[in-house]
Design a protein around this ligand. Sequence first.
Ligand code: GLY
Ligand code: MN
Ligand code: MN
Length: 538
Amino acid sequence: MFRLAIIALLLNFTTLYSQESKLDSQFHKERRDEVRKRMPEKSVAVFFSSAIRNRSNDVDFLYHQDANFYYLTGWKEPHAVLLIYKEKQKDEIGFYNEKIYVRERDAYREMWDGKRKGVEGALKMDFNRVFSKEDFKDANHLFSKFNSVLLFDFKNDTRNFKNDPNDLYDLTNFFKKEINFPDSFDPIRYRIYNRIKNFDYEKIEILKDEINFYIERDESLLEDPNINAFLEAQNEDFYNEIKKRATFELKDYNFDVESLPGIMADLRERKTPKEIEILRKAVSISVIGQIEVMKAMKPGMSESEIQGIHEFVFKKYGVPYEGYPSIVGAGGNGCILHYIDNNDTAFNNQLVLMDVGAEYLGYTADVTRTIPSNGKYSDEQRELYDIVYEAQEEGIKAAVVGAKFSDIYRACYDVIESGLVRLGIVGSLNESERYREVRKYFPHGVAHHIGLDVHDPGNYQLLEPEMIITVEPGIYIPEGSNCDPKWWNIGIRIEDDILITSKGPENLSRLAPRKWEEIEEIMKLDSALDSFILPEIN
Ligand code: GLY
Ligand code: MN
Ligand code: MN
């Protein structure tokens, strides 16, 4: 029965895979139009491509385009800038409402680094106006004439190519000067000032709570005389005085780093049919990776070899990358939530937690399975596994249209809490102490959007159709925990990718075995890798 399901998956996968599903220029253009619709009057939104980052000497890290930039352009090359205007602008050719600046072609560099699209390539991609990046600094952008210049805060580790006066480093510095962006910009202070500038006296307590939330994380905010005075203020006149001061402090800035993240979250949290199709494939490839590892797993395998099998499967499907560094942790390493060293060995009696996702056409899956290296769960491992499984079942059931993310969390939490109490891992304490103890063993959230980013942006309000989220409860009991040592060094997470539909949750990764019985069954199957034996090296 189970084998049939796998064959069905493979057939299903083959048909899906044979269709061409790349996003086209039309998709990206529509996304830009959607951004424009949400922009305020008389604004321009400015997006920069990702920076190139140095890895070692003259070797850089693998380049990965900024997700928003890719979403809006389909452009995968560095040193590019996109401008989207709310209203039509005019130049000598006519009207336009967007511009893209890109890197030129360069025969010599292309010999070393590979083909570039250049201006000619961008011209084929349905942008209103295409320019060389060399023109960016000479263009009369007139940013000051806009009510607001929308942007994301800048990353501060952009590599400066000294021989190129128009690389991303120079373009962002030029742009910062144009918009009066302060050298020591503090986004939180800026956010608080903006809130004070726009505050509504009726909601004063909410704003104070918000400011106190930031102060708990950074006490130096209290040294700011305006923030301090606002918290101390006792009457409306005094509040208004501080509001005036905040407005004065912000008067030279027409930039806005607050709106664009919200606009992008609004767009990206629901997937278009094309994106859903792509994500289905990313998930299917990751599922097959999990299945192949289940068949190939042997005690004594290294975490990196296990990682290699997952990633080899991805590459067999022509998918070169993972959506995030693969997490493969055996035994106690499984208790390290984002363990990426993957340099240990899975011993006979250990569980191996494998959180791995293929990135297909830019979109990443996020799938976790936790399996016994010797093919059989011990009693303790099974008991904990069943709790996580049951928690995940309840979490997935709760992932329905109109539900809150916290409903999914609550559904998982309740199962885990009662399970840990039943097993005596958490004592029968009062409610808040019990919560604190349970959180030690289950310290993370259970659901996030996936997409171009493994933690895709979203508003995290109510669930809507076309969202794709994870449901990923876990229990982690590191060595030295305050419970019977028989539970130590067990880390279990089960993570699936769920499409929210009006008919209920659809588990896109359901064909990766999840029940412990199914996992033990599939681990008995032979693997093509059983005969892949390399010579020993002394
Ligand atoms: N792979 C990271 C996460 O599960 O959120
Ligand atoms: Mn996840
Ligand atoms: Mn994950």
